[in-house]
Design a protein around this ligand. Structure first.
Ligand SMILES: NC(=O)c1ccc[n+]([C@@H]2O[C@H](COP(=O)([O-])OP(=O)(O)OC[C@H]3O[C@@H](n4cnc5c(N)ncnc54)[C@H](O)[C@@H]3O)[C@@H](O)[C@H]2O)c1
Length: 334
């Protein structure tokens, strides 16, 4: 559904990270609602190389883009020559989602280069093209501060969270120096939904538990999972926030969640109800010391300034996501 009065037809739209989870959903949103939009995806896709933690260096996957009719540039945001390929275009809108999205990567140099250095280049490109720039920040900027998480009170506790925290500061300063520009940062909380499968072990608890249950395994949760809660936000609402950000009259950074915190146990229970299983739950000790027990976004500013209004409860989001979980499960066991 169109989330904004802006007519994106005939507009040129860049989506960095467009082969990933959020970026690919955004690409399809524009393709389906604005068939005359020129959509350009910039993404390094995946290689077989991994970080020390065993996760891939990047999660972009061609399967997220089956059916996409726009342009694709396979490039690395760390590489100036690759970024220069974008100068073939002048963009009306830039959605910057490419990043090391794995919160458990501790290579500080690589995270800062990838998430922060590249941001300066995209800000310059947006300034040159007079584009609206919407970029992905993160709830990781808050670390383990108590809920509700509110803009202006941040305490990042890992390199990933710090990189997003610095992006927000850089964006604010750049905007102060260039007041005519429209730059909006979106601090996503825990996003789940279709096209998330290829994030593997870094995908949401909804995805991971869904696939455990479909494999006939008892869902495994940390001990005390009825006490661990997150603001889980369905991908459709995240798309809504990206689109509405383009029409915002206020620049700045906004929390994107539901404003409601739900437990890991509830996810498991809702999935089992939807998948009609009764496998119970297996509990194991939480291995992480720096573990955030609760998140709940204060979304009042996003509601007021972007007109953002989350439409999916956890129950509704999981129900809408089930067909994609089932399809990926069938594909992965074939
Ligand atoms: N999914 C969430 O819950 C969540 C929460 C908070 C913030 N975010 C942020 O939203 C954005 C999108 O997240 P996502 O969940 O879609 O993650 P994702 O990993 O699926 O998407 C990121 C994309 O960026 C690409 N990429 C990574 N490094 C790159 C590089 N050096 N050059 C070019 N492309 C590169 C990857 O291939 C991938 O397609 C990220 O910036 C992430 O930090 C996501």
């Amino acid at each position: 559904m169109p989330y904004s009065s802006i007519n994106f037809n005939k507009k040129t739209i860049l989506i960095t990270g467009g082969a990933g989870f959020i970026g690919s959903n955004l690409a399809f949103y524009f393709q389906e609602n604005y068939p005359l939009a020129r959509i350009v995806i910039f993404d390094c896709f995946r290689t077989e190389k991994s970080f020390n933690n065993g996760n891939l260096l990047s999660f972009g996957h061609y399967k997220n883009l089956i059916g996409f009719n726009g342009d694709i540039i396979c490039g690395n945001i760390n590489n100036k020559d690759d970024l220069n390929l974008l100068n073939e275009f002048s963009f009306d809108f830039i959605f910057h989602h490419a990043a090391i999205s794995d919160t458990r990567v501790y290579d500080q140099k690589l995270i800062m280069q990838t998430n922060v250095n590249s941001f300066y280049n995209l800000l310059s490109k947006a300034k040159k093209d007079k584009s609206v720039l919407v970029y992905a920040s993160s709830a990781a900027t808050y670390g383990s501060l108590s809920s509700p998480q509110t803009i202006g009170k941040e305490n990042p506790e890992n390199p990933y969270g710090f990189s997003k925290y610095m992006m927000d500061k850089i964006a604010t300063r750049f905007n102060n120096d260039n007041p005519d520009m429209k730059i909006i940062g979106l601090r996503f909380f825990n996003v789940y939904g279709q096209r998330e499968f290829f994030k593997a072990k870094t995908s949401s608890m909804v995805t991971q538990l869904g696939h455990q249950i479909l494999s006939g395994k008892v869902p495994r949760l940390f001990k005390n999972s009825s006490l661990i809660s997150r603001d889980f936000v369905y991908i459709e609402d995240v798309i809504q926030s990206n689109v509405k950000a383009c029409a915002s009259n206020s620049n700045g950074v906004f929390n994107i969640g539901t404003g409601i915190s739900r437990t890991f146990q509830e996810i498991s229970d809702i999935l089992q109800k939807e998948l009609k299983t009764n496998l119970g739950t297996e509990y194991f000790p939480n291995p992480y010391k720096d573990y955030q027990m609760n998140t709940q976004a204060d979304i009042s500013s996003a509601k007021q300034n972007l007109g953002y209004q989350p439409r999916f409860s956890l129950e509704e989001g999981i129900k809408a996501y089930i067909p994609d979980i089932l399809k990926n499960h069938v594909d992965s066991v074939q």
